[in-house]
Design a protein around this ligand. Sequence first.
Ligand SMILES: Cc1ncc(COP(=O)(O)O)c(C=O)c1O
Length: 370
Amino acid sequence: MALLNFSQPALDDATLAAVTDTMKSGWIASGPRVLAFERALSGTFDGRPTRTLTSATGAMELALLACGVKPGDEVITSTQSFFSTMNMIVKVGARPVFVDCDLVTRAIDLDRVAAAITPRTKAIVPTHFPGALGDMDALYALARRHGLRVIEDAALVQGSTWKGQPIGSFGDIATFSFHPNKNMTTIEGGAIVVPDDATAKRIEVLRFHGIERLADDTRDVAVASGKYNMSDVSAAIGLAQLAQLPAFLAQRQRLAERYFDVFPAIDGAVLPPRGVPGQSWNMFCVLLPYEALGTTRQRFRAALREREIATGLSYEPSHLTTLGRSLGWREGQFPNAERIGRETVTIPLHCGMNEADVDRVCAAIADILG
Ligand SMILES: Cc1ncc(COP(=O)(O)O)c(C=O)c1O
């Protein structure tokens, strides 16, 4: 039996043809396809200025810089996120101020955010999860009351909507990932959606060495920066993938519904929220009470692997990493994120699957856990 990956990109002939065409076009670095991809992406965000980058991690770094976050500032973020969120806050010299999340939706806890605001707070960085968004109206109302910027880590939720509006099409700044395990891919890649052209211009400078063009057609650098520009090959893949995104999202939705229908009844299991309108399904994470079931997560995952079913872990809480602990954070501070970190397992969900694959995963889980 072939291994069922927990995540896998959907690369069809149109995507492969786009790569070949670009490779033969004579221009493979950032060029016309990047511009076309950015225009097409922007269209999905209600025409907001959108710029591509080599990753969502880079997008987060440049978003923080564009918001003026600097050494000594504090950025409030959920400890339940991928490590890149914490890392980029630390990389720009700021202090990540962690707060807990909801156990089921994993949305950042806004009461904790409010309690964590100090005169040094510059921005709030929530991470969105598949299945449900946090209360976006309350988040922005809180940020506006305190004059704070919001950078939404939307790496996992391209295609999710809030009250009918796509994530990225409103608010301050949103960052997206096109890593192969996301809703669509450019191999590596990411995008940043910003509220105005001036911020977009700032991102263009920061993503390419800090270079600014002068009136006499020479170049200047005022601020040192790195290199985060997407290639035309990746952008061509992105254009082909974006055309299929609605179909990808629909397929993921069907598979998630099937999981809800056939996932074995296990006392103490926590599944993602079902039936929240406008949600996308990048991954399907479940919390399981391993100890009560007489096993450990490691044994459970190994037993699935023996049955040719791969799983992932999303995510270990950032505050309990060596880096987080070195900044003074300790076990016991964020019970929901810590429980998620102990119990979560990501089961297969990608567009190469059908409902029979979901049934196979659920049967294997029922078999292993008795
Ligand atoms: C929530 C979240 N944010 C950011 C990232 C980083 O994305 P990238 O690999 O494009 O840098 C990831 C990647 O898994 C993620 O899951």
